[in-house]
Structure formats: structure tokens, C-alpha cells
Design a protein around this ligand. Structure first.
Ligand SMILES: Cc1cc2nc3c(=O)[nH]c(=O)nc-3n(C[C@H](O)[C@H](O)[C@H](O)COP(=O)(O)O)c2cc1C
Length: 151
């Protein structure tokens, strides 16, 4: 399968999974970043909450890429405030992923497993979401086993 990995990672946890996907599937990697990088944990939480209240999410640093040549797109993100980070949601909304197989992977401390998947389903009504992977500090997922099991 010709696949891409689209991800954001602030502290490297999601990136480690993206790197393993890249190695296994020889995937092209697309890093999604906010124009202004987020700082430490507390300042990031404060900023994200402010952005949610003002309904003005972070601007994207990266232009949305053309995924038309891929059949499968992995989408990775840290759970932020219970779901997919808002700027990542904006990227997903803008990317044309209709008809694609989407394989999401989320990392978190403890929460956001179902809500992140529900957010993705509503953002991608015309894509085929399969093999969703979630791992958290509290409930560690088996990354290697998950990647090996993807067909
Ligand atoms: C702004 C912010 C909000 C977060 N919100 C949540 C949350 O709602 N639930 C959770 O379990 N973890 C939350 N976390 C923790 C991250 O999801 C977790 O540390 C993740 O694995 C970090 O991935 P990264 O290293 O790829 O950035 C939050 C972290 C940040 C910075």
C-alpha cells in the first residue's frame, strides 16, 4: 500500500510511533505544526483553553498537502483537552481525504480514547477509518503488535 503519515507531536511520544510506521511501511511523512509552537505543559494547556474559549485556534504553519496519490493515510496526534488538537482538526478538515483508508493513532496521559475517534469520524465522514490505535501512560498500547497486525 502507498501510504502517508500525517502527525503532530509536541514532546516526542506521537513522533516515536510515526517513526515506526514510517520504517515499516516506507511511508511519506507530513509533519503538521502550528505557526507558533506551543511551550511547556501548563502554558500549552492555558493557551489551548484560551483558544477554545475565543474559538480561534492556532494558525497552521504547514500548508495542507495533496494526498491524492495515497490509498492509506495514518493520522497521529496527542490527545489535547479530550480530543484531537484543534489545529490538527483544521488540517484534517482541509485535506481531501474522501475515499481514503485512514488509520488513526493517538497518545495521551489517560483520557480521550473514544472522543478522539468520534471527532475523527465526524471530520472524515467519507473516509474508511480502520485499525484505530490509542495508547496512554495509564493504559499502554502495544505499538509493535498494532503495526504488525495492519494489512
Ligand atoms: C495542551 C495539552 C492538553 C492535554 N490534554 C490531555 C487530555 O485531555 N487527556 C490526556 O489523557 N492527556 C492530555 N495531554 C497529554 C498528552 O496527550 C500526552 O502527554 C501525549 O502523549 C503527548 O504526545 P506528544 O509527545 O506526541 O506531544 C495533554 C497535553 C497537552 C500539552
Amino acid at each position: 500500500m502507498k501510504c502517508a503519515v500525517v502527525y503532530y507531536s509536541k514532546t516526542g511520544v506521537t513522533k516515536r510511533i510515526a517513526d515506526q510506521i514510517q520504517a515499516k511501511f516506507n511511508a511519506d511523512v507530513y509533519l503538521v505544526e502550528p505557526e507558533k509552537a506551543y511551550g511547556g505543559f501548563l502554558s500549552s494547556v492555558a493557551r489551548v483553553v484560551g483558544e477554545k474559549i475565543s474559538k480561534k485556534g492556532a494558525a497552521l504553519k504547514t500548508a495542507v498537502s495533496d494526498f491524492s496519490s495515497y490509498d492509506t493515510v495514518f493520522i497521529g496526534f496527542p490527545v489535547w483537552c479530550g480530543t484531537v488538537p484543534d489545529f490538527m482538526q483544521e488540517y484534517i478538515r482541509k485535506a481531501n481525504l474522501a475515499g481514503k483508508r485512514i488509520i488513526p493513532f493517538a497518545t495521551a496521559s489517560a483520557t480521550g480514547k473514544e472522543s478522539s475517534l468520534n471527532t475523527l469520524k465526524s471530520l472524515l465522514p467519507n473516509s474508511k477509518i480502520t485499525d484505530y490505535f490509542y495508547t496512554s501512560s495509564r493504559q499502554k498500547g502495544d505499538v509493535k503488535g498494532w503495526i504488525e497486525g495492519i494489512e
